[in-house]
Design a protein around this ligand. Structure first.
Ligand code: NAD
Length: 263
């Protein structure tokens, strides 16, 4: 049976994981490949991108790892050019890269604010700017952006640059969806809730001694209405849906994938 994105070329930013393990981007890249896509795994950390590409190759899929800092326009232009050189087209652009800095407002430096905005928002602007012309030329496609439930609500932490850059990403995505609908390009956004990724584990647990870590993780699970955090695969399945023709008439939405925590 054909996969949900059979034959499509998918470019995933932040397709590695920090630290090792299944991040949202790595899981999405692998699931796109399992559903029949050729996947460009882009990451600032080439070893992380290569690990994802190797996973895909190990399952019999086709993937290309490319090193790219997606906050730099020259690197993004080169990433898109290399994708087109290798695969000839871009059908799906998946903007996964994102970061945060927990810090009191009065302690937030201009450099920290700019860094979070560059990674969370400028990266998607640059990737859209350089990939959309090829998507238009190819007859259309789908853009999937990874935001956060923190873009629409207080999430219990002092990270104002995260709240606002992700909110900016939501509106950028809507306007891209509206503007390029006539070119058969859809642009939708996923708002992950509390997801159990290696990055979250390491940040959450770093301040606790080993004997306290299980309980800290359990607390985070208990905060979620189903009693468990989401997994990167929950996000990946939503992404494949939004990238596939199953969502052919869905454009400009923000889809919470959060087990109902925003309720
Ligand atoms: N984990 C959660 O609970 C959660 C919740 C809400 C939203 N999100 C969002 O999900 C996305 C992925 O989160 P994650 O925890 O899986 O990420 P992660 O920290 O594992 O990052 C994925 C990859 O992005 C790469 N990366 C970082 N900066 C880059 C740059 N400038 N250029 C290219 N690659 C870069 C890293 O090297 C890493 O391999 C982010 O946008 C995040 O905001 C996560």
């Amino acid at each position: 049976m054909a996969g949900k994105v059979e034959g499509k070329v998918v470019l995933v930013s932040g397709a590695g994981s920090s630290p090792d393990g299944w991040s949202n981007g790595a899981a999405a890249a692998v699931l796109y490949a399992r559903e029949g896509a050729k996947v460009v795994a882009a990451d600032i950390n080439i070893a992380a991108a290569e690990a994802t590409a190797a996973e895909i190759a190990g399952e019999g899929g086709e993937s290309l790892a490319i090193q790219c800092d997606v906050t730099k326009e020259t690197e993004v232009a080169a990433l898109v050019a290399e994708t087109l050189r290798r695969f000839g087209r871009i059908d799906v652009l998946h903007n996964n890269v994102g970061t945060y800095a927990v810090e009191a407002l009065e302690d937030t430096s201009e450099a920290s604010w700019d860094r979070v905005f560059a990674i969370n928002l400028k990266s998607t602007f640059l990737l859209c700017k350089h990939a959309i012309p090829a998507m238009v030329e190819g007859g259309g496609g789908a853009i999937v952006n990874i935001s956060s439930i923190a873009s629409i609500r207080w999430a219990g932490a002092d990270y104002f640059s995260y709240y606002s850059s992700k909110a900016g990403l939501n509106q950028f995505s809507r306007m891209i969806g509206r503007r390029y609908a006539k070119n058969q390009i859809r642009c939708n956004t996923i708002l992950p809730g509390l997801i159990d990724t290696p990055q979250i584990r390491s940040n959450l647990l770093k301040d606790f001694p080993p004997e306290r870590q299980e309980e800290e993780l359990a607390k985070r699970h208990r905060r979620c209405p189903p009693g468990r955090m989401g997994t990167p695969w929950d996000i990946a399945r939503a992404a494949v849906f939004l990238a596939s023709d199953d969502s052919a008439y869905i454009n400009g939405v923000e889809l919470p994938v959060d087990g109902g925590i925003t309720l």
